[in-house]
Design a protein around this ligand. Sequence first.
Ligand code: ZN
Length: 95
Amino acid sequence: MSELSSCEVLPGPAIRCLICDAVSFHPTDISEKYCSRCSSFHETMTTALQSLAMSVRLISPQMPNAEILRLFKTLLVLIGEANRRTMKGHGIQRS
Ligand SMILES: [Zn+2]
């Protein structure tokens, strides 16, 4: 099974984020493996993704990469929503 990664480098050259599907042709995004839509480096996202894969495969060793990627995206959405709620809780708009 191939290594899980949060991005793929395309001919172009370009880089596609497998988390949000953004494609960037920016040379710095490609050389630094950065996604501006996720505001994250792929090194960080790939490490988190592989760590999730290790945990998941303890329970379900045959889980395909695509399913683990889908699970990872779902977790990111949930974390994003939790963060937004926390920000609201701290009353940024409080008058
Ligand atoms: Zn992205």
